[in-house]
Design a protein around this ligand. Sequence first.
Ligand SMILES: [Fe+2]
Length: 277
Amino acid sequence: MLPFIPFRSFASQEECITTDDILGPFFIEGAPNISVIAPFTEGVARMYITGTIYAKDCTSPIPNALIDVWQANYEGGYEDIDYRGKIYSDENGNYSFESIQPGKYLNGANFRPSHIHFKVTYLNNPSLVTQLYFEGDTSIDIDPWASDPEAADRIIPLATDDNQNLNGVFDIYLNVESETVGTFDYNRNDNKSCVRSIAPNPIVNEFEINFYTSKNGNVKLDICDVSGRLVKTIFEEKLEKGLHKKSFRNLGLKKGIYVIRQFQNNVSTDAKRIFVN
Ligand SMILES: [Fe+2]
């Protein structure tokens, strides 16, 4: 028997690196540079996936990483134009796209679980090719790729918001040296306050938030549900302009997806999704 290993508590550097998965036959080069990849279909919920791309130190966000995503439509079929998109991570490493939950398709006698394909590339580093799965999918156990223990970090829950949209969070950790990642110049005067990193995410008991405040003043960090309702305030203090790091533990949050919202002098300045496992 293996000892019990807590889900994604990074004991050391590089343990966070996102595992790979098969490319599959449906990748097409040259997907459009769009972040709304699924056309509207009556009666099919919209799905929002957000996350941050990190270097292998598990905390340095990677700006300008190319995220190529492709997936089946709600009936499980791949299309040539729709359900594909290329997105770049922003200056804080964040990415997001809007889609629908993919349908399942047959692989031999069995359905593959609902999944989204990712190919993530930063500069000249080798691309990470992987797949994202969804918790509770009954096809995971019989799928040779999704049932691989290495895929456990890529099976995410989806939370439904007040508008019946599905929301997921998928942070991606690349095998890229943090020293090679273009970092933000905090000596500039036009930087906005932002959450730089939350690690680990998914959160177990203990986690750390790195954030930047653009001026001196009152700073507050709230945890909200996916519909924006306050769950609890986890930090409130007067801080000076600059980068800050705070650790939190045992917040007593139920498993699920939440939003960490940053305020400066009562104005909301940034928000980032977390998932509590
Ligand atoms: Fe596929």
